[in-house]
Write a protein that binds this ligand. Structure first.
Ligand code: SF4
Length: 358
């Protein structure tokens, strides 16, 4: 029955619920099939995105997030332009092909100009040879457009969960955190010409397997080009930590995250999918496990070591004390050891996006 299901050319919501409901040895069967599909569609290729955590200053108060505005224990920082350019230069020289600039969400003319300035400076210093992904939250359409014109061609805006009731439980009830606004922003990103990425947390308190299947179907209906999703990991200084007792055990959140990656590789074979840092938090081999479940992107952290400790969306984030150069060389070894190949000096554009462009 499972073997038949795994060979299907397309999958319904019920099929996804069945796949996400497997237990025991069947889990590995699903992961193995996803790896076969990955090999046959996007290949056993891994693309690098150098991650720059630009700033932990945020105007929002998401209940699950360690750097939410109301957390007064966080030391706030914003990298200087020079620090950003140095990280970009490192990525460029090492052949990463691509960068991600992530930050807390601010919506102001000053922030819009800041990001635009960084984009122009990065492209100028790197011969326009790095593709840049932004992950800077919801913005007005004009700002998305402006950043796209300044050289950002990919944007990651996670929906976090598509269950409306659950979304409302993990965000404050005000217009700044409205679900409708998030959806509108995702639609605006597509209109502005970006490769659009989104993602969810897996194992939120009260989340069900049917919710997770709905998340996968949502990605398909939005026709996304890339996805970054991973296990929900609690942060002690957040309101959601009160529901700690409702969480699935960490090992189960890890297993379900791998099943979600595998399920999405079957559902959308040619998209880009990140093996998240959160996987590595729950298991030292998490990054490799994500790749073996169907992911094809990893994001080595290029944020200056001194700032990383202050960009903790969740507890026990890994690689807080490693030098970026050490992280990348050890990464090469571990990726080759599992039979995957890092594609240096390639932008790793989503094949799904290229196909849609014709
Ligand atoms: S999840 Fe993002 S938008 Fe929400 S509080 Fe954290 S950094 Fe801000």
């Amino acid at each position: 029955m499972l073997n038949q299901l795994l060979k299907q050319p397309s999958f319904s919501r019920d099929n996804m619920i069945s796949l996400l409901s497997v237990k025991g040895d069947d889990t590995q069967k699903v992961l193995n099939r996803a790896l076969e599909v990955k090999a046959a569609t996007v290949g056993r290729n891994v693309y690098l995105r150098g991650l720059i955590e630009l700033s932990n200053v945020c105007a929002k108060d998401c209940y699950y997030c360690g750097i939410r505005k109301a957390n007064s224990r966080v030391h706030r920082y914003t990298l200087t332009d020079e620090e950003v350019f140095q990280a970009a230069d490192f990525a460029w020289r090492k052949g990463f092909g691509s960068l991600v600039i992530q930050s807390g969400e601010l919506s102001s003319p000053g922030f819009a100009s800041h990001i635009e300035r960084l984009l122009k400076g990065i492209h100028q210093r790197t011969n326009a040879e790095l593709s840049v992904t932004l992950s800077c939250g919801e913005q007005p359409y004009e700002v998305f457009k402006r950043w796209h014109e300044a050289g950002a061609h990919r944007y990651l805006l996670r929906i976090e969960t598509t269950n409306r009731a659950l979304y409302d439980q993990i965000h404050p009830q005000n217009p700044l955190h409205a679900y409708a606004k998030r959806i509108e922003a995702l639609e605006d990103l597509r209109k502005a010409g970006y490769q659009v990425g989104t993602g969810v947390m897996i194992g939120l308190p009260g989340q069900t397997i049917a919710d997770l299947a709905d998340d996968l179907i949502f990605f398909k209906s939005l026709d996304v080009d890339m996805v970054g999703m991973g296990p929900y990991i609690e942060h002690a200084e957040t309101p959601l930590f009160e529901k700690f007792m409702l969480l699935w055990p960490a090992a189960e959140r890890f297993r379900m995250s791998l099943l979600m990656i595998a399920g999405l590789r079957l559902l959308m074979p040619d998209i880009n999918m990140a093996s998240s840092t959160a996987l590595e938090t729950l298991d030292p081999l998490g990054r490799q496990s994500g790749l073996l479940a169907g992911a094809n992107v990893v994001m080595p952290n290029l944020t200056p070591v001194i700032n990383r400790i202050n960009y903790q969306l969740y507890n026990n984030k890994p690689n807080l004390d490693k030098d970026p150069a050490l992280s990348t060389s050890s990464l090469n070894e571990v990726i080759e050891a599992i039979g995957e190949k890092i594609c240096y000096f390639e932008p790793g554009t989503s094949r799904h996006f290229l196909k849609r462009q014709g």
